[in-house]
Design a protein around this ligand. Sequence first.
Ligand code: ZN
Length: 371
Amino acid sequence: MAARARYYDGKVALAREVTLRPASHELIILDAASSSVVARWPANELEVLGDTEHEKAPPVVRRGDDSRLVIEDGELRRQLASAMPPLAALGKPRPSAAPRIALFGATLALAVGLFWLTVEIGSGYVAPFVPYDLQRKLGESVAGDLIGQQPLCQGRAGLAAINGLANRMAKVAEFPHPVSVRIVKGGPINAFTLPGGILVFYSDLIDRARDGNEVAGVLAHEMGHVTHSHAIKGLVRQYGVDQLLRAMTGGFSDLGTVGQGGSLLLALRNGRAFERDADATAVELLDKLGLRADGVARFFERLMEDHPTDMAGLIGIWSSHPPTAERIAATRRPPTGKPAFSDAEWTALRQVCAGTPTPRQTPTPRPRKPD
Ligand SMILES: [Zn+2]
C-alpha cells in the first residue's frame, strides 16, 4: 500500500487520507480510497512551512492557498524531497542530540565544551529518572513559591475546558501522566511550566488573547515543555541532582532556600534550544488533534509589541528572550483545522476568574532579582 499523507482543504476541519504522486511540474494529490484527484499543486508554488530542522513533519502548502499536507511517513518525505526540488527541505534529517554535542565540544574551548557536555548529558539523562511523584511534589512547592498570595481562579467550566485540552494534548504526545493547569488571577501576561506536569497561566494572558486558538497555542507550547521534561531538566541543571534529591528527601522546607535569590527563576528559564523544541512540539500536537495551529505564531507576534519586565516576566513564555521573528516564522501555520475550544468553552475560560477576588496591590513576595 502506498504511503499516505493527511490533506486539509482549509475549508472543513476534517483531514483527508491521500496518496501523493510527484511529477516534474506538479504534485498530484489523490484520495487514498478512491484514487480520484483531490488537487494538483504546481511545483513552483510548493512550500515547506515551519522549522524543518527540528520538526518531524513540517507541513507542505501551496502558496496563497489555505490547504496543507502533513506527511508523517519518513520514507515518503524522503522520496518527495529527492523528486521535487521545492520540497528538498523535507529530506533533511533531524539532527540527533549526540552529533550536535560532539560538534559543540569539538569546536568550542575545552572548558566550555565540557561544561555543556555535563549539562546536556547530565540533565537529559538524569531527569527522566527523577520519579514523577517527586517531580510533582517539587512542582507544587515551586508553584507555592512563585504564585505566592495571588488568588487562583475557580471557574469550574473554564478550568475543565483548558485542563481537558491539555490532557488531550498529553495523550496524543504519549505523555504517560496527567497534567494540571492552574489559572492565577491577574498578571503578568505569562504562562509557565513546572515539574510534574503543572502549568500555570495568568488570567491577563487569557484576557489579552484575541481568541481561544491563541490560548491553545500558548498551551500547546507549554505542553511541549511538559513532554520534554524541560522544567525538571532546568532544575537539575541549576542545582545538581544531589541538592535536589536532598531537598526532596529531606523535607520540602529546604526548597525555601532553593527559592531565595531568584535562582529558582533562573533555573526555570528555558534556553533557545528548549524553546525551539517546545515550539515545534506545539504545532505538532495541535496538528495531531486536527486543531488550528495558527494561534502560536499569532500570539507571539502580538506579544512582541509589549512584554513584561518584572520577575515573573523572566520565565515562561518570555523566558530568556522574547518571541523572535525566527520563532514566529517557524510556527506560522494557515488558519485551518477545528477551533481549539467550542464557543461555550471559550466563554467559560474567559470568565474563569469571575467571582475571584482581585489581588491586593503587593500580593506576591517574589524572590529578589538575581544579581
Ligand atoms: Zn517556552
